[in-house]
Design a protein around this ligand. Structure first.
Ligand SMILES: [Zn+2]
Ligand SMILES: [Zn+2]
Ligand SMILES: [Zn+2]
Length: 482
């Protein structure tokens, strides 16, 4: 064994430093030894991924084992040299730390937390997971408390903890692994927000809004969350409805009236004085009316205008061509853009697509089902989609790869809409204009019920588009007759 403690010139970096180990027959400083240790290579003697610090008989750098030296670079537990971490290797250290973290009072890994152990052990870089585990700020203590039975393994337990990114990450991880049921962060964040908002309100108003939020808004959002159908707009709408109710109850107090006694004239007055509040108030008043807390009142809603289409058909087809054939654009952006431009799908829905929505028939035809009816994909879009299906397994370890067609960066989550949107905009494609143009084109080509069923539109939306398309076509026909 080559060991010494003299200060000498390091054979690697050339600096005068304490050198206590020889690598390839030269004294090397501690820093250079560490660097060398982290760069294992294939040993010419045994073929293993080893630290080649010694010369073999043919003067080739080789491993300790093949040259008769002590295995100073090997993990004392498993013998591997390719994943150094402290005194052992990465996987052995990780196994030991995870076991310690997740052990229940009986001495074994807590059975409910076994999926966490398995997923973290299978992560591609043990060093990254170890780093995560050793930082107190990443809150591994939550897992330890759960394993020891000091914290319940449930969403309710997370609600008692102060919300932070680290806490949310652990919660996401457990939900992604099926340890606790799926949930939507954005939905659950409404709870602490609501608590804070209501703290400043008179008790009667706070109680009423709390009931409205829990029994109407949150219940609906949680049902949607179970099917992964929550959108950012839906969460926003719920928050606005809470704010709308709070403002309206405050106004009633100021005007010495109540929900039960306010007249239609007072309601109209409120809406005239506060334009733009009708939509958010309607959700609240619909609920109070159904619950018998207020009499039937009408909230006049502005007529929804016919949509405006700004993207020409020719320009749209140019964009389709580019996405179909330009291999320099990321695959998921091409597919997302094509679903938007060809099938008028909103990006939020595209991002939530699941692999089951793609089917391959025995003859090789590939279909996509947006709502109820499968649509056969034209060539080469079918090949792009099959490529995406094959690639999506490379997402981060905690996103169960089988869950989403477009997996995102967070555990268990799909790609965020903004990711595709910004890349499409950079390509000159405006998602809302593109979607409207696609809708107009489709509405002109198929009857309303089919359009609604094929694309998952509400019949009302489909009718508005069909009206617009028909007007367009009749004008076109009139021009041709002229
Ligand atoms: Zn050195
Ligand atoms: Zn060897
Ligand atoms: Zn080891």
């Amino acid at each position: 064994m080559t060991r010494g403690w003299s200060t000498t010139t390091c054979g690697q970096c050339g600096q005068l430093r304490p050198c206590h180990r020889k690598i390839l027959e030269q004294w090397i400083c501690q820093t250079c030894v560490l660097r060398f240790r982290r760069a294992p290579a294939s040993c010419p003697g045994c073929g293993g991924l080893k630290v080649l610090a010694f010369y073999d008989a043919g003067r080739r750098p080789a491993c300790a084992d093949c040259t008769g030296h002590d295995p100073v670079y090997a993990c004392p537990a498993c013998g591997r040299e390719d994943s150094p971490f402290g005194r052992h290797c990465g996987p052995c250290t990780l196994r030991q730390q995870l076991t310690e973290l997740l052990t229940d009072p009986s001495g074994g890994i807590h059975p409910q937390l076994q999926p966490v152990f398995d997923a973290l052990m299978a992560a591609p870089r043990p060093q990254t997971t170890l780093y995560w585990l050793t930082r107190a700020s990443s809150r591994p203590d939550i897992l330890r408390d759960m394993a020891r039975g000091e914290l319940e393994i449930s969403h309710a337990a997370f609600e008692t903890l102060p919300s932070s990114r680290a806490v949310d990450y652990v919660r996401d991880l457990l939900a992604a692994l099926g340890v606790i049921p799926p949930y939507q962060l954005a939905v659950e964040r409404i709870v602490p927000w609501l608590r804070e908002l209501l703290a400043d309100q008179p008790k009667a108003n706070a109680d009423l809004i709390d009931r409205f939020a829990r029994w109407q808004l949150l219940r609906r959002l949680r049902l949607l969350a179970e099917r992964d159908r929550v959108t950012r707009g839906g969460v926003q709408h719920a928050r606005e409805a809470v704010l709308g109710a709070t403002r309206f109850l405050h106004w009633l107090d100021e005007h010495d009236t109540t929900l039960a006694t306010a007249t239609q004239a007072q309601l109209d007055d409120y809406l005239v004085r506060h334009p733009g509040r009708g939509q958010s108030l309607k959700t609240f008043l619909d609920w109070t009316q159904r619950s018998g807390l207020s009499p039937q009142r009408a909230i006049p809603m502005p007529e929804r205008a016919l949509p405006q289409v700004t993207l020409s058909d020719q320009h749209r087809w140019q964009q389709v061509e580019r996405l179909l054939h330009d291999d320099d654009i990321r695959l998921y952006v091409r597919i997302g853009g094509l679903f938007l431009l060809l099938f008028a799908q909103p990006l939020s829905r595209i991002c939530r697509m699941r692999p089951e929505q793609i089917t391959t028939e025995p003859g090789g035809a590939v279909s996509v089902t947006f709502d109820e009816v499968p649509i056969q994909l034209p060539d080469p879009l079918d090949r792009l989609v099959l490529d995406q299906l094959a690639r999506r397994g490379q997402a981060s370890y905690a996103s169960r790869p089988d869950r989403w067609l477009f997996p995102g960066g967070l555990p268990g989550k799909h790609l965020v809409t903004e990711n595709i949107r910004s890349q499409l905009v950079a390509l000159g494609i405006q998602p809302s204009a593109a979607r409207k143009a696609a809708m107009l084109d489709l509405a002109a080509r198929m009857p309303v019920p089919i359009l609604a069923e094929l694309l998952g539109l509400s019949p009302n939306t489909a009718t508005r588009w069909a009206t617009l398309a028909a007007r367009d076509w009749s004008q076109y026909a009139a021009m041709r007759r002229a």
